[in-house]
Every structure is written in structure tokens, then in C-alpha cells.
Design a binder for this molecule. Structure first.
Ligand code: GDP
Length: 529
């Protein structure tokens, strides 16, 4: 092995690139903050929320963000921890839930599923989980807020299995919850971590096993009996730990803790980093591309526009998939056949952004986009391969768009085309009526963003009429245009790539179509085609 290859391999082995998936309020911001604190990337808790606030204050972001006090776009946070180089992809999750949230997961190599111990699996968790499942990436679970009255842990694990269909292996097990929360028992290392309220001080007691009398002394007779019984039950009746099942996303290691009290977080982080995969090989037009391939290759998974609306500058976020990237590198852009000089790529830290000199597989770089990139584009140092395009995910909100100012067709078409390429909205054309345009989005805020940007950047006013559909299904059939369906409640459209898609008001209507059309299959993402 040459020295260069050895160096590349070493960098790859250090990298862990993941995203946190959760339902709003499960504690993602709190957990992220604690993780960054361990990594030394931020100095004090509260900086994440503070960061959002100060960013708005400097006001070079979209006005809509400022008005609403939320972030429309996500960032990448990077930190070092015990020799690991960690890239945490921050997925938008609140009112700003959008297509970006899904696409960010495509750039991740693993996911942490964060669950509120009192609530269990919630709707947004399910949607995000499905995307991870589709990619087969490893999923780690952190069950949060044990300092509050929680649901029975066995019941929570059963819910993972019943609702998400994933097996679980508790890496540690809680003793009580809320006012009776005593701590967690680490099953694999047989260590007890004692919870001392919000003191944020953790006492770790190494034990010979769950039967160790010191444990009884620490937590008292009754909780001790209960813990013994529960651990025995897990050992006898639970799933066994199988690392390959974890790597394939079929078994999720489960950790318990309380992010706000910083309890169980470091234990989680350590074991997660040990088990989480290094950057994985990615499918391309020429087969799987290994990260150790010496020439740089990456793909655009997100485009963030309007950091300064006056200049229409955009940043394309590129996930490095292979080779070493260095500043000033000249790369090919296969879709346009152009070569591009990447002179000032940026990297994103918790508080700042800075010019990056080099990057390795797993890293995310932001590059200045003069308006040439599309979501899913490949950038490559040499050769001609392209990464598989990013899937489109079923929108949940739909609207018919019409131009109110008919003199501005050119700008309107240009604006819509550009914003579709950036992934702000999905654009569908009603079959046989090409001027009839339907927009689809995952989060309703995207409609506002579109209207605002068409006006601000293209000088175009549009009117949007909301439509009652809730699902889009990509159709696989030889005769998609002859399908039998209820025209009063469904709509047949084509996506940007001329694929047939049916818009439905509910799941029931999808079954109606499946039952009446032999040999048809319907898919909730475009990539199943
Ligand atoms: P996000 O919406 O998922 O980013 O959630 P946040 O991190 O903003 O947390 C939502 C609320 O739950 C906030 O009031 C947090 O203080 C609270 N919270 C987060 N983690 C914990 C925890 O471990 N215990 C308790 N009791 N509250 C928590």
C-alpha cells in the first residue's frame, strides 16, 4: 500500500457520519448540544439555540426564516471525539420538516433514532425511520427523558418491533424513571451508572454481574429484585446481540438516558462510535464505489439558496464518498460535461463556517454554486461514473400553481425549473395537460418558501390553490396511462422525468386502484422504479 493510500484509509476509519431522527420535542436539540459538548465543538450548553438566534440577527438569511424564527435549512456539525471525526447531519424536523430532511438521510451512513420515553414511537419518527430502512443503514436508538415518568421499557421495545418492525437489543437498562430513576445498568460491560438528579455527576460502579451485591446497596432491595428479573428476562427471551444484524439495520442497539441531565449520553456516544459504520460504499453507474478509491467523488444532496438574496448565491452541499478532496481541486460535473474549480469550499462547524483545505469520505463540504448544480449531481476528479440519483419522496401537500402576471412566463418557467432542481418543491404535470402544473411538498412551509423566492428572485407572483391529495405513488405498469381509477378523487400526473405518478387522497384510494388493475405496483419513492 502506498503512503497516500494508507493515509486515506486512516482518515476513513476515523469518520462517522450520522443523522438524528426524531419527532419534534423528543430532545434532539438537547442531545445534539450534549454531543457537541463532549466533542468540545461548543463551549456551553444553549449555544445551538443561541446560534439560531444570532444567525437571524445578522439577517443575511431569508426573510421568511427571520419572520418565523425558524431555520428553513439544515446544517452539518462536525466534532472530534476520542480520535473519531464525527459529522452530525442536522435534519430539519419541526415546522420546517421538508424534502431536505429526507435527503439529508441519504448522505448519512447511520442514524440515531431519538425517542421520548413517555411517548414512544411518534409519526415523524416512523416516516424518517422508513427512509433509513429503505437504505438499510444501521439505526441506533436513544430513549430519552428517563428523568421523567416513562413508559415501561419492555413496552417501548415491543413498540419498536410492532410499529417499525425492527428488533432491538438494549445495551443498557434503566432502573425506574421519573422521581424513582436510579440509573442505568450497562449489560455488556456490567457497569452501573448512578443517576444523581440533575447534578450531571455520574458515578460508575463496575460490577461482576447483575447479581453483584454492590448493586443492591446502590439501588435498594426492591429495585434490585426488579432489575434482576428484568435482565434475566432479557437474557433469556430477548434478541441476542448480533453485530452483523446491526450493520444491516435489522437490529437496533438501544440506550436509555436523559439528555437534559447529560445522563447516559457519553456512554451512548462511546458505544455508538464503536459500532457505527465508517463511510460506506455507494452505488454508482459503474457499480459500488469504495471510499478507499484514490480519486475524489461525491454527490450533491442539498442546495441552500439565498444566503444573500441580492447575489443569488447558493451553496451546494456535497457528501464526499471517495478519495481525498483538496481545496482548489478541478473536478468534472458529468451532467453538464463541464469542469469546475472548487476554490473556496467550506466546512461547517457548530458556530462557524470556514474554508476547508481537505476533506475525506464521510465529510460534507459546501461549495459555491453559480446556479449549475442539481440535487443528486455527481462531482468527480476523474473518470465518468455517476452516483445513483437521489430518490424523490412522496409529498404530503399539493397545490396547483398558476401565474397571476401573464406577461412573465419566461421568468416563471425559469424560476420553477430552478427551484425544482434545488429541491424546494416537486413539480408534476397533469397527464395530457402539460400547462397544468401541480406542486408537491413534504412540509407546507416549502410552499411559502417557493412563493417568496419566486417573487424575490424572479419578480413573479403566483397563486397556489391547495388540493386535497395526501399521497403520491410512482406507478409501475406497462400501461400507466390506461389505469382504472376514480377521477373525482385521484389525479394522474407525470414527474420531472416523465414518470407516471398518481396523486391520492388517502391509503384507501391506493388499495382501490391496486385491486382493480392487475400487475400494477405503486411506490412511495421514485427510486423503486
Ligand atoms: P427537539 O424538538 O427534539 O429539538 O427537542 P428539544 O431538545 O428542544 O427538547 C424539547 C423539550 O424537552 C425541551 O423543553 C427540553 O428541555 C426537554 N428535554 C429534552 N431532553 C430532556 C430530558 O432528557 N429530560 C427532560 N425532562 N426534558 C428534556
Amino acid at each position: 500500500m502506498t503512503e497516500q493510500m494508507a493515509a486515506l484509509k486512516k482518515e476513513i476509519e476515523k469518520r462517522r457520519t450520522f443523522a438524528i431522527i426524531s419527532h419534534p420535542d423528543a430532545g434532539k436539540t438537547t442531545l445534539t448540544e450534549k454531543l457537541l459538548l463532549f466533542g468540545g465543538a461548543i463551549r456551553e450548553a444553549g449555544s445551538i439555540k443561541g446560534r439560531k438566534a444570532s444567525r437571524h440577527a445578522t439577517s443575511d438569511w431569508m426573510e421568511i426564516e427571520r419572520k418565523r424564527g425558524i431555520s428553513v435549512t439544515s446544517t452539518v456539525l462536525q466534532f472530534q471525539y476520542e480520535g473519531y471525526h464525527v459529522n452530525l447531519l442536522d435534519t430539519p424536523g419541526h415546522q420546517d420538516f421538508s424534502d431536505d430532511t429526507y435527503r439529508t438521510l441519504v448522505a448519512a451512513d447511520s442514524a440515531v433514532m431519538l425517542i421520548d420515553a413517555a411517548k414512544g414511537v411518534e409519526p415523524q419518527t416512523i416516516k424518517l425511520f422508513e427512509v433509513c430502512r429503505m437504505r438499510g443503514i444501521p439505526i441506533f436508538t436513544f430513549i430519552n427523558k428517563l428523568d421523567r415518568e416513562s413508559r415501561d421499557p419492555f413496552e417501548l421495545l415491543k413498540e419498536l418491533e410492532d410499529v417499525l418492525g425492527i428488533h432491538s437489543y438494549p445495551m443498557n437498562w434503566p432502573v425506574g424513571s421519573g422521581a424513582h430513576f436510579r440509573g442505568i445498568f450497562d449489560r455488556r460491560r456490567t457497569v452501573f451508572e448512578q443517576y444523581d438528579g440533575r447534578e450531571q455527576k455520574v458515578t460508575r460502579t463496575p460490577l461482576t454481574g447483575v447479581e453483584d451485591e454492590r448493586l443492591r446497596e446502590r439501588i435498594g432491595d426492591e429495585p434490585y429484585q426488579k432489575l434482576m428479573e428484568e435482565i434475566t428476562l432479557l437474557d433469556v427471551a430477548g434478541d441476542s446481540f448480533d453485530e452483523s444484524a446491526v450493520q444491516q439495520g435489522q437490529l437496533t442497539p438501544v440506550f436509555f438516558g436523559s439528555a437534559i441531565s447529560n445522563f447516559g449520553v457519553e456512554t451512548f456516544l462511546r458505544q455508538f462510535l464503536e459500532l457505527a459504520p465508517t463511510p460506506v460504499a455507494r452505488p454508482t453507474s459503474e457499480g459500488l464505489l469504495c471510499p478507499e478509491t484514490p480519486t475524489f467523488a461525491g454527490f450533491v444532496f442539498k442546495i441552500q439558496a439565498n444566503m444573500n438574496p441580492a447575489h443569488r448565491d447558493r451553496v451546494a452541499f456535497v457528501r464526499v464518498c471517495a478519495g481525498r478532496f483538496s481545496r482548489g481541486m478541478n473536478v468534472a460535473h458529468p451532467r453538464t460535461g463541464k469542469r469546475i474549480n472548487l476554490s473556496s469550499p467550506q466546512q461547517f462547524f457548530a458556530q462557524d463556517r470556514s474554508i476547508v483545505e481537505e476533506a475525506y469520505p464521510g465529510d460534507i463540504i459546501g461549495i459555491f454554486d453559480p446556479g449549475i448544480f442539481r440535487i443528486g449531481d455527481t462531482l468527480i476528479e476523474s473518470g465518468s461514473l455517476t452516483f445513483e440519483g437521489l430518490p424523490q419522496f412522496s409529498p404530503e401537500h399539493f397545490a396547483r400553481v398558476t401565474l397571476t402576471d401573464t406577461g412573465k412566463y419566461k421568468q416563471y418557467n425559469k424560476g420553477l425549473a430552478q427551484l425544482t432542481e434545488e429541491g424546494t418543491v416537486q413539480l408534476f404535470r397533469v397527464a395530457n395537460r402539460t400547462e397544468d402544473l401541480i406542486l408537491g411538498v413534504v412540509g407546507v412551509l416549502q410552499f411559502e418558501v417557493l412563493e417568496y423566492r419566486l417573487k424575490a428572485e424572479y419578480g413573479v407572483t403566483v397563486s397556489l390553490t391547495r388540493l386535497p391529495y395526501q399521497l403520491a405513488r410512482w406507478i409501475v405498469s406497462d400501461r400507466a396511462d390506461e389505469l382504472l381509477f376514480d377521477r373525482s378523487s385521484c389525479l394522474l400526473v407525470k414527474d420531472q422525468d416523465e414518470r407516471f405518478v398518481m396523486l391520492f387522497p388517502n391509503e384507501f384510494a391506493t388499495r382501490w386502484v391496486l385491486e382493480r388493475n392487475d400487475g400494477v405496483t405503486l411506490h412511495s419513492t421514485s427510486n423503486a422504479l
